[in-house]
Design a protein around this ligand. Sequence first.
Ligand code: WTA
Length: 630
Amino acid sequence: MKQISTFEDYLQQYQLSIEEPEAFWAEVADDFVWSKKWASVLEWNFAEPSVKWFSGAFTNLSENCIDRHLETRGNQTAIIWEPNDPNESFKTLTYKELHTEVCRFANVLKNLGVKQGDRVCIYLPMIPEAAIAMLACARIGAIHSVVFAGFSSSSLSDRINDSQCLLLITADAVYRGEKKIDLKKIADDALTQTPSIKNCIVYNHRNTEISMLPERDLWWHNLVKDVSAECPPLQVEAETPLFILYTSGSTGKPKGVLHTTAGYMVYAGYTFLNVFNYREGEVFFCTADVGWVTGHSYLVYGPLLNGATTIMFEGIPTYPDHGRFWDVVDKHRVNIFYTAPTAIRSLETYGTAIFKTKDLSSLRVLGTVGEPINEEAWHWYHQNVGKEQCPIVDTWWQTETGGILISPIAGVTPLKPSFATLPLPGVQPALLDSDGIEISGNSVEGNLCIKFPWPGMSRTVYGNHERFRQTYFSAYMGYYFTGDGCRRDENGYYRITGRVDDVINVSGHRIGTGEIEDAIDEHQSVIETAVVGFPHDVKGQGLYAFVICTGKIEDEEVLRTEIKAMVSEKIGSFARPDKIQVVPGLPKTRSGKIMRRILRKIAEGDTGNLGDTTTLLDPLVVEAIKNGAL
Ligand code: WTA
């Protein structure tokens, strides 16, 4: 595949990709394996919306990730698994071994009746079996829906039910740091509510005592024992659904973002190679969980498409101590390291003494993803981890975009801390004002939209195309709306300023305020809730909940603990509010809409100027909230 080598080269490639997008992407796609080439490169309109890339072509993603490397690098390590406990030994899988495991598991799926188009839910910790299960689904044309193993049983059952999954794949339990998570137990609770699930495959990871329901529950190790290690990759048409990944929006339940095969494959492969300037034989360490899109595109698919060695780390950055990431880098001679700003900010609080004992000289490129990185964290990362030798790629993208859209190209694009810099080839960003007019020129700010399709973009919300259209293509006709605000500086560099909707980014986890509000409202003493984000030193944003309760609350501390437990149970502990304030009312307009702008100001501690409150139904309520602010 063509790799961008200099800034001039980037400018040229970019120009070409805008002037001749079809020729540009056809050339990129030529480097993948197809059993039949496309009839047309691109057909699209953003009104329906309908987007088709490489229509008529046939391919298989697992073949592109594994089989095509067997001849040239069959004995090279594909996956290094680093366990939670550093005293346990790590595991590696070569491309050949990965091939065998994926084929076997694909045959297991087939034997259980899983067919092309069927949905398979994967609720696994960070173990190679997660990647094996994903690749096995892709091999037989089944659609995987990975659910992050930090989600609660009700979040899991909601996701299973929304896409009517046939099969659930989980493990007995996992340790993250010192905390044990009983995945099978959580899954069992979810499975009482999921009539579509026929079987549950359990990987025995920690030898934990669990209950197995006869006939429904099956052990992974028993199933793979006697199946063949041959499984030809099913050739699927380019637009065949590949995976569903649930993500939060402003309103309603999480949406099942759907990605299809060929466009996603080409885009994940191309962006991995170019953004990180990946070089043959390098070791790539992405710290994201496979339960999020970063884990899909840049832990599993992007690296494997390029024949790289990818690290899968089961633990957390602070166990057994805050030097763990650097131990992993040192031990496995990592060349490219990709993490979230939250992790950097949290490690920053421990100081820099730890670096004296770690050899980070293998590092060549650093990256960040998931949230804006503040300048201070950027410099800390650059100095202490990169020793001022490694470019940092601040990669902006979303679950819906499938891959990175705006980012420096490592070693090529001149950097500017806290700026995602420039669009990748094929990406046409636009800033729109509140009237929907595109803002031209530099030194401007607006709502970030994309005005031309790229291969990795999501095609629909599973089972609800109208929701897809409304969420992303109706705010500005003819544009994909990202939900982010953005500034373009005097040199045309982009800086993402954060969400402009009701999505909150906590530690790089995307959470919809509506989801948390629904969870809190289930508490018997709560009548109504409004949740907003506030700036948080480590997490980027924290969650501030304003709750109206029935009658007088005897002990607000007890209420807070119960509300947090409620959120853990309904969503997962990562979504627990940081602050909970009991209020007599919420600032509402006469039409009943909560004025979140005012609540955000109060949550930020900026109560001096709350702006116009005259349209409120009851302006006095604002005073009461202000006086009780935490
Ligand atoms: C935010 C994660 C600033 C943004 C890949 C986006 C970022 C949301 C960056 C998507 C970045 C992601 N700088 N903000 N480099 N990367 N975001 O779907 O608000 O979990 O809309 O995808 O994260 O989050 P998601």
